[in-house]
Design a protein around this ligand. Sequence first.
Ligand code: GLN
Length: 198
Amino acid sequence: MKLISVIAAQGDVEEHVLMAKRALEELGMEGNVIATIRKEDVAKSDAIILPGGESTTISKLIHKASIAEEIKKAAKEGKPIMGTCAGSILLAKHGDEQIERTKTKLLELMDIWVKRNAFGRQRESFQTTLNIKGIGEFEAVFIRAPAIIKAGDNVEILATFDDYIVAAQQDNIIALTFHPELTDDTKLHKYFLELLLK
Ligand code: GLN
């Protein structure tokens, strides 16, 4: 029985819990999905989802709750970790000037360069169809979304949009700069949870 934790610092936590539960069911996998900010829960998780929200706030909360270290430990042990929108920012090794100015501490788990609020005012929120490697077409919801502007050779680019990387994977870690939990499509959650079988 696998334990999947959705980090409940701030942001769209419940939506991820529901999507992960549906994905498990559709895959016929046994598992329990919880929303948590407790260190003990994160320590015993088999997979972790870091939702969107506001990256500076989430960073502060996960450090305050001492779970940043647990997430890093889990990542190093090869456990699947998925960060969406603000969560993808926190996975990065390299931030932009806004991240530096706000002294946002990153988890530094992926060799990616992120830019906060990359799509600007005109396109604060939008929906578009992406073509995601290994997954196919996916309706993606972007909300004041970041983008990945550069990635190391060890990072697989899964999708791009407007010359930006919007989905990437480095071994067991996935960064999505949009919100896969806000559509009805469980494909990305299934892709993520299938990493537990590898
Ligand atoms: N703009 C937010 C940030 O930079 C991310 C937005 C989101 O997660 N929907 O922290």
